[in-house]
Design a protein around this ligand. Structure first.
Ligand code: BG6
Length: 316
């Protein structure tokens, strides 16, 4: 897919005042990019509404994306923030989602860009931009409709400020029967060295250990990663209590959730990474940790006409 060229940086002019830099924005056939006056920027692929880059004003990339990730719409992106909906993993025993592929269809569908809203008036350091994307039963591929025959709409919003990136989803049941779904923001955070990482905010919380026969366990102390890790936590302190990733004692990411009760912590480690064709470099697992905010332990039921909203805010 070929993107249209970026528009030049827009300058706001008020008579008598020097021009103020605005949010710079480009919308191509396949992606949307926004750059704040501070230089912080974000890029979202329309395929999956996948955030594939979040850089701060110094040009430092905050998300991990595999060198072999497919960005052409042929496969869910290995990295960034793929969106998992309406099923986490596969669920052969759950009739409504049993026909869907791993992690559902949202990350493999082409979303519509609905528009942007930005705020720059208070000065560059208070600027922000919100980008909205939509996917609904009306725009879904027919093959997917056959696998999940519900009438629904999704609005996914990505908000960038100089301090944070937020993603939020609104799921609306536009049909006449209840919908049961799971949703997850599968965020690949970039770190320098996984062996120096600690994750706090999950202490004393129950979790399902997917690498140990789905046993339910309880977290004692901070989480460190020393091998394949695949856990579904339901943090004891609730969504507004931050999950913090620290590296050598310094806080590098803070994740606060809104109405998303679960947190998946995932690192594939050596063997799993070796087995994934789109995971490069093979030792790239040392530079990533997935901290995934969602509602995936059990099902969320949405009655006809109802809407659900969940969000995460990641600060660096
Ligand atoms: O390879 P996928 O489909 O992107 O999934 C990656 C991982 O996603 C995580 O969220 C799951 O807990 C893991 O079990 C899974 O392996």
């Amino acid at each position: 897919m070929v993107d249209r060229p970026n528009k030049p940086m827009a300058l706001a002019t008020t008579p008598g005042l020097p021009p103020q830099p605005q949010v710079n924005f480009s919308h191509g056939n396949s992606r949307v990019t926004a750059v704040l006056p501070t230089g912080d920027n974000v890029t979202i692929l329309l395929y999956g509404a996948t955030v594939i880059s979040w850089k701060n004003r110094f040009g430092t990339e905050k998300l991990w994306v595999s060198d072999a990730a497919k960005l052409d719409g042929s496969k869910a992106v290995r990295g960034g923030i793929p969106l998992v909906f309406p099923v986490f993993g596969t669920s052969p025993d759950h009739a409504a989602t049993s026909k869907l592929p791993q992690h559902g269809f949202a990350r493999n569908s082409r979303w519509e860009f609905l528009g942007k809203s930005s705020s720059e008036s208070a000065g560059p350091s208070d600027s922000s931009v919100k980008l909205d994307f939509g996917l609904s039963s009306a725009t879904l591929d027919d093959s997917v409709k056959g696998q999940w025959p519900f009438t629904f709409s999704l609005i996914y919003s990505v908000t960038l400020t100089p301090e944070s990136l937020s993603t939020s989803i609104v799921v609306t049941n536009d049909g006449d029967k209840p919908i049961e779904f799971q949703v997850l923001m599968h965020t690949y955070l970039r770190v320098d060295d996984i062996s120096k990482i600690q994750v706090t905010g999950l202490e004393d919380s129950p979790y399902v250990d997917k690498v140990d026969a789905a046993k339910t366990k309880s977290q004692s102390g901070a989480v460190t990663i020393t091998g394949e890790t695949d856990r579904v936590y339901t943090p004891a302190k609730g969504p507004s209590h931050a999950v913090v990733v620290s590296e050598e004692g310094e806080e590098v990411f803070t994740v606060v959730r809104d109405n998303l009760k679960d947190v998946v912590v995932w690192n594939p480690w050596t063997e799993k990474a070796a087995g994934m064709g789109d995971f490069e470099p093979k030792d790239g697992f040392k530079q990533m940790i997935c901290i995934e905010a969602g509602a995936v332990n059990g099902w969320t039921t949405l009655d006809a006409g109802d809407a659900f909203e969940g969000a995460q805010t990641i600060s660096d």
